[in-house]
Design a protein around this ligand. Structure first.
Ligand code: NAD
Length: 498
């Protein structure tokens, strides 16, 4: 059986804690590897390697750091197919979807190639007599990223690419459910010319996470995962004074206005609701048709589409989506469907009975669709994270606007309409971090920033785009005066820039 260790000091090392976790192949349900779970001492070893290597990397000029990133882009492209298949086999998503996972991460590495420009400071000549002021961005030192199972390539790259380009050393703690691709990415960074110790991968669970939280040499933590853990990490990091950004769960609504193009909207809802088996933080999990006629038209078109979803193995090129990540994930989603029925929602399509012929042990689930969901129900309030779409019928636009705005989560939201005025009003007023107008999954492109509001994100800065450079650097401001600007005598009152 494949054994996955850690990546420390530029090479893969075996785990020494004696603890491991099973890595499944969701499409067959078999255990395909054992991943080591790091102890506090193993995390410390990674941090010491990182700390020793970081000053020289920070002193390497930004163009050279960018060149490593450029080479990395090339190497990931070279290994694209192999990486995508490994990712699909560990996560469960289909190969084309796995390619998207890699690509959207790579775009952030591509953005990080602009680091010489992105790290430029500001300069003001003559801010006072003989006085010039300038600012510079400096790396933080050793920083860490803790990432979820659902984007095992994209989110690690969102974290380590800008951090490393800024001159930091990085400790990545990926999800223990699909650690294979993060380990390969670390190898490729080495092949691209990154010095040993600058990117370390420690595999593990809560023990490794707590060791990261307590380590005095780790200056910042970027987390992505479920809201309870995001909140826990944010609180603990604040106690030890670490810079921290934590992105959590979601309940993304799609508002369907009466004038929306219904065929395009249904296509969008099917892809965004059921793609990747709904295991995306930007999946649409709530559709809100406005008015009874819109709702009835929507349901009429949605039901046959959900019933005819093609569920297949991760390597089936014709599959709409593949298995979920674990058996527990399947059971959790099924239990939410039971809850929805008990709460009085109408189960218009029931995916619980789906069986994949020849893969009976795999973690498959058919698509489910609820109608008449109301805002007091748990299936509306909580994140299900599976192939389940809930339809909440709104009487008018104001009610539809209020639903995502008042929801605890605030990651993404979309509106489907042909009315520019309604779309503009919605984008301005909705209390959610990322908005799509006729775009169901509004993940901003790499040079903009990504971040949810409310319980979907704790911390001040977003991921990728210019915020990533702000997050992984600290600003130093220098005020300088030269003899021509110096007045004679001591100044006892606060100096003014006259
Ligand atoms: P998770 O919270 O279970 O795990 C995320 C990370 O935290 C993993 O590395 C895991 O090992 C670690 N972890 C788990 N339990 C822990 C504990 N008790 N103490 C310390 N660390 C712990 O999340 P997941 O199931 O891997 O990912 C799915 C979740 O991530 C969903 O809620 C999804 O919405 C969210 N997500 C959010 C975004 C976003 O940008 N907002 C993006 C992707 C996924």
């Amino acid at each position: 059986m494949r054994a996955i260790g850690h990546f420390i000091g530029g090479k893969e090392v075996k785990g020494t804690s004696g603890r491991t976790a099973d890595v499944f192949e969701p499409m067959t349900g078999d255990v395909q590897a054992k991943v080591a779970l790091a102890s506090k001492a193993e995390v410390r070893a990674a941090v010491e390697n990182a700390r020793a290597a970081q000053p020289e990397w920070a002193a390497t000029n930004p163009q050279r750091r960018a060149r490593v990133m450029m080479k990395f882009l090339e190497l990931v492209q070279r290994d694209y197919d192999k990486l995508a298949e490994l990712l699909a086999r560990e996560h469960g998503k289909t190969v084309p979807d796995a390619k998207g996972d890699i690509q959207r991460g790579l775009e952030v590495a591509e953005f990080a190639c602009g680091i010489p420009h992105l790290m430029k400071g500001e300069y003001t000549e003559g801010a006072g007599p003989g006085i010039d002021i300038y600012s510079m961005r400096q790396p933080l030192g050793v920083v860490a990223g803790i990432t979820p199972f659902n984007f095992p390539a994209m989110i690690p790259m969102w974290k380590f690419a800008p951090a490393i380009a800024c001159g930091n050393a990085f400790i990545l703690k990926p999800s223990e459910r699909d650690p294979g691709v993060p380990m390969k990415l670390a190898e490729l960074m080495m092949e691209a010319g990154l010095p040993a110790g600058i990117l370390n991968v420690v595999n593990g669970d809560k023990e490794a996470v707590d060791a990261i939280l307590d380590d005095p040499d780790i200056k910042a933590i970027g987390f992505v995962g479920s809201t309870p853990i995001a909140h826990y990490i944010y609180e603990r990091a604040a106690q030890t004074g670490k810079r921290c950004q934590c992105f959590g769960g979601a309940k993304n609504h799609a508002i369907v206005m009466p004038d929306a193009d219904m065929d395009q909207t249904v296509d969008a809802l099917i892809g965004a609701g059921y793609g990747s088996a709904g295991e995306r933080c930007m999946a649409v999990s709530v559709a809100v048709p406005v008015g009874k006629t819109t709702a009835d038209r929507l349901m009429e078109k949605l039901i046959p589409r959900v019933e005819s979803l093609k569920i297949g193995t991760s390597i089936d090129p014709a599959a709409d989506y593949g298995p979920l990540v674990t058996r527990e994930a399947v059971e959790k989603v099924k239990s939410y469907i039971d809850i929805g029925i008990k709460e009085g929602a109408t189960l218009a399509v029931d995916g619980r009975g789906f069986k994949m012929q020849g893969y009976e042990k795999g973690f498959y689930l058919g698509g489910s669709l609820f109608d008449n969901v109301t805002k007091d129900m748990r299936i509306y309030k909580e994140e299900i994270f599976g192939p389940v779409l809930s339809v909440v019928r709104a009487h008018d636009y104001q009610e539809a606007l209020a639903l995502p705005s008042e929801h605890d989560y605030g990651n993404g939201v979309a509106i489907f309409t042909r009315d520019g005025d309604a779309a503009r009003d919605f984008a301005a007023k909705v209390n959610v971090g990322m908005v799509g107008i006729n775009v169901p999954i509004p993940v901003p492109i790499a040079y903009y920033t990504f971040g949810g509001w409310k319980k979907s994100g704790f911390g001040d800065l977003n991921q990728h785009g210019p915020d990533s450079v702000r997050f992984y650097t600290k600003t130093k401001t220098v005020t300088s005066r030269w003899p021509s600007g110096v007045k004679e005598g001591a100044e006892f009152s606060i100096p003014l820039m006259k």
